[in-house]
Design a protein around this ligand. Sequence first.
Ligand SMILES: *Cc1c(COP(=O)(O)O)cnc(C)c1O
Length: 414
Amino acid sequence: MEMEFVTGLACVFCGGVYPARYSTCPRCGIQGILDVQYDYAAVRRRLTRRTLARRRDLSQWRYRELLPIRAASAVPDLAVGWTPLTAAPTLARHIGIGSLWLKDDGRNASGSLKDRASAIGVVKAREARRRIIACASTGNAASSCAGMAASMGLRSVIFVPERAPEPKITQLLVFGATVLRVRGSYEDAFQLCQRACAKWGWYNRNSGINPYLVEGKKTVGLEIGEQLGWKPPDWVAVSVGDGCTIAGVWKAFREMKQLGLIARTSRLLGVQAEGAAPVTACWQTGEPLRPLEPHTVADSIAVGVPRNWKKAVIAIQESGGSMLNVSDCEILDAMRDTGRLAGVFAEPAAATAVAGLRRAVTEGTVGRRATAVALVTGNGLKDIQSAKSAVGDPFDIPPDGAGLDEILCQSALC
Ligand SMILES: *Cc1c(COP(=O)(O)O)cnc(C)c1O
């Protein structure tokens, strides 16, 4: 059984098109990231505004024609996709922008946008008749991979760098993964995972090179289109680590345009953390990637050797968008603001998008009347340590309530 609408895989470097059995370009090697191609004329006959409005499936599987899985393949039953798009008027005013929505992907099954990709990963692993799926990750890709694997009866092997936050590692263990904590960087974990997959024949979930996973990530863009009644905002702000998410969002916009679902696309604002900004450097200089040693509180985007930098840069350019960096301090401020002014608890890498939007408004890149969506890519409970440094401690009071009045007055509550 074939994937109904997939026509092939195109290399982002050489442009060659290959049958859907490769994972990287046979000519360019690991540099040659592949991009799934579809028969859009055929998809267009099935996916229209009207047919979509009638679909009851409130998950990413409602866009099945645009996903690289076989028609008969079973999919995980966990919650993935169709996350809330929440209006955030108070936060919008604070940032100084016309309208702002938060796309809360912290509400996926394992608490991050990575569930969209991992859900495709486990389906592909099953299609390939593999029983073990492996990945290297700073945390979220791993926990989503482990959770999705557990729900489909697969085993998972996860390589994590030493500095992955404790809650994420615990999540992995709860989902039954075999967790290998590598005394080294994400890059070390990545290389070890590549070698282990080659040696043991495990299904490789590493999204930087697996062409199918990003197709799951693109569904967040399709949802933004549909949830806003096919009227995309002026800007979509996305934090950038490996670069797959922002590339996926752009692919969604191109596809919606091509399918006649939307009339115009959004501009993309790519945001990196100052201490881990190799993609921004490529975007600014037009030069190839220079690997670096990442340092940022936003662990999920602390990627020194992003595999998808080229796809990300092309996405931002084609969208007419922009890219910038924010400091850890701005990220923690945005984390607090997003919680206090919109009721959404974002992990640092997710708050990075909000921080970037705020800076882009200050610098004049994003206009004061613009409409925007910020992708909240992960739930704040995943990194309590950072959250605490942004918000401080509670007031401690004795059981008789001594001192309570003063505290309330200090907090302007009396
Ligand atoms: C992975 C991740 C990102 C960035 O996605 P890339 O595809 O690596 O660019 C942003 N935020 C969170 C919470 C993530 O887990």
